[in-house]
Write a protein that binds this ligand. Sequence first.
Ligand SMILES: [Zn+2]
Length: 703
Amino acid sequence: MDRRQFIALPGAALAASFVAEAADVPWHQRIRRAGQINFTEHDPVALNVEEWADYWAGLKTDAVLLSVTGIVAYYPTQVPFHRKARFLGDRDLFGECCAAAKKRGFRVIARMSPDLKWEDVSRSHPEWFARDAHGNFVRHNEEPQLYRTCMFTTYFTEHIPAIMREVNTRYDIDGIFTNAWPPLDRLPICSCDQCRRLNPGQTPAFWEKFNERVAYLWKLYDSIAKEKRPDNLFFANLGGSISATPDLKQLGDLGYWFNCDNQGRGGADTPIWGCTMQGRVAGAVMKGKTVTNVTGAWSTGTVRWRNASKSPEEATMWMDETVASGMVPWYHFVGAENGLGEDRRWQETGRRFFTWLARHDRHYVNRRSLASLGVVMGQSTHLFHRPPSGTTVQQHMEGLYYVLLEGRFFFDFVHEDDLGPDNLKKYAALVLPNIALLSDAQCRQLRAYVDGGGSLLATFETSLYDERNQPRADFGLADVFGIHKAGEVIGTNGNAYYARIERPHEILSGFSDTNWIPGAEHRLPVKPVENPVLTVVPGYTAYPPELSYPRQTHTIEPAVVIREKGASRLVWFPGDVERTLWRSGHTDLSRLIRNAVGWLLRGRSPVTIEGDGVIEPFGWETDAGFAVHVLNYTNPAMHRGWIRSFYPIGEQKVRMTLPPERKVTRVELLRAGNDVPFRQTGRDVEFTIPRVADYEAAAVYSE
Ligand SMILES: [Zn+2]
């Protein structure tokens, strides 16, 4: 969508702190900070409205989320079956907060929750509710009085719109937002009258119906938002990373604002890059339109305290990741007991981050990513592919992500439905981490990309299924990689297979003093090729050690297929190498994949950063010139939350190749708060970041 399609109303109040962009860019494309206290039913007697509004004003917040809800009403509603919050009394909490917010120049987003309704309503409107296979209403797992509504019913086309219109008419709001719709974690399972007609099931055919309904409701709600003002909007709580249920490409085309409900992690085995990965997913489909990421200042994780603060270091790193990956931070706490919370420790964490960010907004208005490497994200593979037992599709992406961080690669995500030449022309290479489902058309697009000189790396079952999840007899990309399927998936019982080194190659750089390296946990055998670089030594018994020796020491089955075709370089791994890296932690597998990606790119990158530590880098062209971001993950809490302290890393040497005719005038470190010297030789620029605690952003001013 062209941003210029939006009409800015003359005299519309500009967001509190950010006025740098042209007047034809609508307000929702200019917001830099969002804030939310998620109301509880008790807040009408607990929240101090002035203190609430002053807090967000102190943070230079542009937009606040205010609960209307749908489960309970925070205002004196006239809509039948919209039950007033238990402690609301005669108050209009929504109205009071809306007025206090407007007085301070905030945009106000009205938050609704259409997912649940009370048991008593089911007697008057049984048709609004989801049903299980036996025809019973579906009770909420925590609150027994609440039941799940169904998105295919008139609850979503009549009741929710009635509430939206009531709020639109009465209050000076700028947008409408739904929490918990569309559903994110799985496709809805419902046996109500409507759903039975749709023949639901967790299939690509049902996904189509589901996406049609999402688009219909999204457009309906957006049209209601625009009944108030043409630059008002509807948007929804999204997130769910690559395995989100709604078609992300469709949402990217429909929406102007993608909110990632991706609030943080707990003490489970979750890597710290959960926030940046989500940023890459949303960025891939929004293409520069507003993406926000919610940082839960409350205690996120499987064991939860909704009304207690998390560690300031963890919350800060999540916001560091938000802004480095091109998103806008949205700071969030639940409930306001005792005025603005029994626990107020979260407030200083947000204040420190937001007021710092507000001084540097122009360096966070990104025009384009500087990455020349694309990673294809297979949303339909994540939703429908059944990987070998005991494995998940997500493990492939986590493993690849880890490799790319270890290699300090600059990369973007690319949605499977966005493989056209206009989108791919900026990438020298693409990686397909087990993108099992690819349509014939998508395979043709990838073939055209290779014919045009683009390079590819793919693994395991990539292209073995069509978009309907139907298996193909041979890979859809067989001709591109010069491979043919030679059997079914082989797993591991004991020792996993090895990859025997047959001849030197750049992808084996760093492997000496060994004849073999690890293969992977699973592989899909491919037919022999000429002059292979690695061949499979099949797995064998691991215990007892007496039997732990290879029965067959040499085969002609390739463990990698490498090809050069014109300007294009191609690497195929028959094994689930990136997933096996994730499961095993094996450094050889990381090195092998890093080497392979480096070979595809011919060692070239528009930006490189050399130094010690595990970092995640981002490079952007910005309003002010360019920005290079360094997130320091060198931390014992990298794979398991929360971060307790930061462990600073030393010198990071940055080299950039700028577009022609661009001259650098200044390099400023936004966290350190000082300039650093730089050297420009032709198009090449070099400078050093002396130290990174949690995060540094180097603003490269350029004319
Ligand atoms: Zn239903």
